[in-house]
Design a protein around this ligand. Structure first.
Ligand SMILES: Cc1ncc(COP(=O)(O)O)c(C=O)c1O
Length: 396
């Protein structure tokens, strides 16, 4: 019966938890570092099945475990493991598959710190080799495969321009060559894209975005089959120690109850805003996979069942005074770097890149001064449209 229930019902109900916990409708937070045992034999027995017993919170904690089970259900995986941040999950995932001298294939436009993890850590410290590909050309991926390729690491839609990779096609190639696949699925959420069903081995999320949804936690998760998640649990989770905090797991459990509702609103508002920007005379282009004229719209409709609220667009003007005027005069879109929360946000990639790169490098990166990234929050969409409209008037 339970298996037939819809995901949004399963995210709301914790009825199986009530009985042993005084009928508490919100499962209690086990805010403890260790668990005690009645005897030598009892703790010895617990150690025999370390993965499934709560002994010490760096390994397993009941509050964290409850949320892990919910997220695994949501993604259609056997198991999941929650981490202290999205980057803790990304690094545990990469380190699980890669040893010294191995080769990884990934995309040019994955999340910046994931690229830095490869370039500034895996390459200099472990002699890992990397090939960066565009992600939308299967022949380019096949051509990049080497005898020491161990991992194809994807992000679909990717950061900045939200380009897609054909997941079924790539996993078929990876299986043929016996290469593991991982995907950062944060943008789409486990509701709107099911990479494990398309053959991906490891699904990764920053729960700091939509899964958390309220901009009050930083966390990450890895989802996959039992053997893979148990192996990561024993090695990268317990030994690197970037464990999920029980109190934050409790906040995440709260957030999962409304994920479906929130994603509906993010999606509806984002589409209206993308269409408005797309038709606006001051806007040169909009990158949003839900738009009918998105270059990979067909693949987007085929591979995803919905679209979230993060997009980018380019102002036509290159005049920094006008660009700053637009940026600084928004009233509802607050200035900040993250996304996926209840609040609408804006950020301009040029702010970081202008500081870090020379003017020549900046030009080569194909980033324009007028590139903007917005996260469409849960406010009334008419208010958000008016806010964008009034700020765009300033650059006419
Ligand atoms: C696509 C993507 N993946 C991973 C991360 C890292 O997550 P966290 O900030 O929770 O470490 C981010 C953060 O912005 C992100 O945008």
């Amino acid at each position: 019966m339970e298996n037939k229930r819809h995901l949004n019902t399963l995210m709301v109900h914790d009825k199986d938890q009530y009985q042993d916990q005084f009928g508490a409708v919100v499962p209690p937070t086990y805010q403890n570092s260790l668990f005690t045992f009645s005897s030598w034999e009892a703790i010895e027995q617990a150690f025999e099945d370390k993965i499934n017993n709560s002994i010490y919170t760096r390994g397993k904690n009941p509050t964290v475990a409850l949320v892990e089970q919910k997220i695994a259900t949501l993604a259609g995986g056997d198991k999941s493991k929650l981490f202290a941040s999205g980057m803790a999950a990304v690094s545990a995932g990469m380190l699980h598959f890669l040893s010294a001298g191995d080769h990884i294939i990934t995309l040019k436009n994955i999340y910046g710190p994931s690229i830095s993890l490869i370039n500034d850590f895996l390459i200099p410290k472990m002699n890992v080799e990397v090939s960066y590909v565009s992600g939308n050309d299967i022949d380019e991926i096949i051509a990049a495969i080497k005898p020491n390729t161990r991992l194809i690491y994807l992000e679909s839609p990717s950061s900045v321009i939200f380009s897609l990779q054909n997941l079924a096609l790539i996993t078929a190639v990876a299986k043929k060559y016996d290469i593991a696949t991982a995907i950062d699925n944060t943008w789409a959420t486990p509701l709107f894209q099911k990479p494990l069903a398309l053959g991906i081995d490891l699904e990764i999320h920053s729960c700091s975005k939509y899964l958390g949804g309220h901009s009050d936690i930083v966390s990450g998760v890895l989802i996959g089959c039992k053997e893979l998640i148990d192996a990561i649990h024993i090695r990268e989770y317990e030994l690197l120690g970037a464990k999920m905090a029980p109190a934050e797991a409790s906040l995440l459990l709260r957030s999962l109850r409304t994920l479906d509702l929130r994603m509906d609103r993010h999606q509806q508002s984002a589409l209206k805003i993308a269409e408005f920007l797309n038709a606006h005379p001051q806007i040169a282009l909009v990158n949003y996979p839900g738009l009918a004229n998105f270059p990979q719209a067909e693949l987007a409709q085929q591979q995803m069942s919905g679209f979230s609220g993060l997009m980018s667009f380019r102002l036509k003007t290159n005049d920094l005074v006008k660009i700053k005027s637009f940026f600084n005069h928004l009233e509802l879109f607050q200035i900040g770097v993250s996304w996926g929360g209840h609040e609408s946000l804006i950020y301009a990639p040029a702010i970081s890149y202008l500081k870090e790169q020379s003017p020549e490098q900046f030009k080569r990166m194909a980033i324009s001064l007028g590139d903007m990234r917005i996260s469409v929050g849960l406010e009334n969409v008419e208010d958000l449209l008016l806010d964008l409209s009034q700020a765009l008037k300033l650059i006419e």
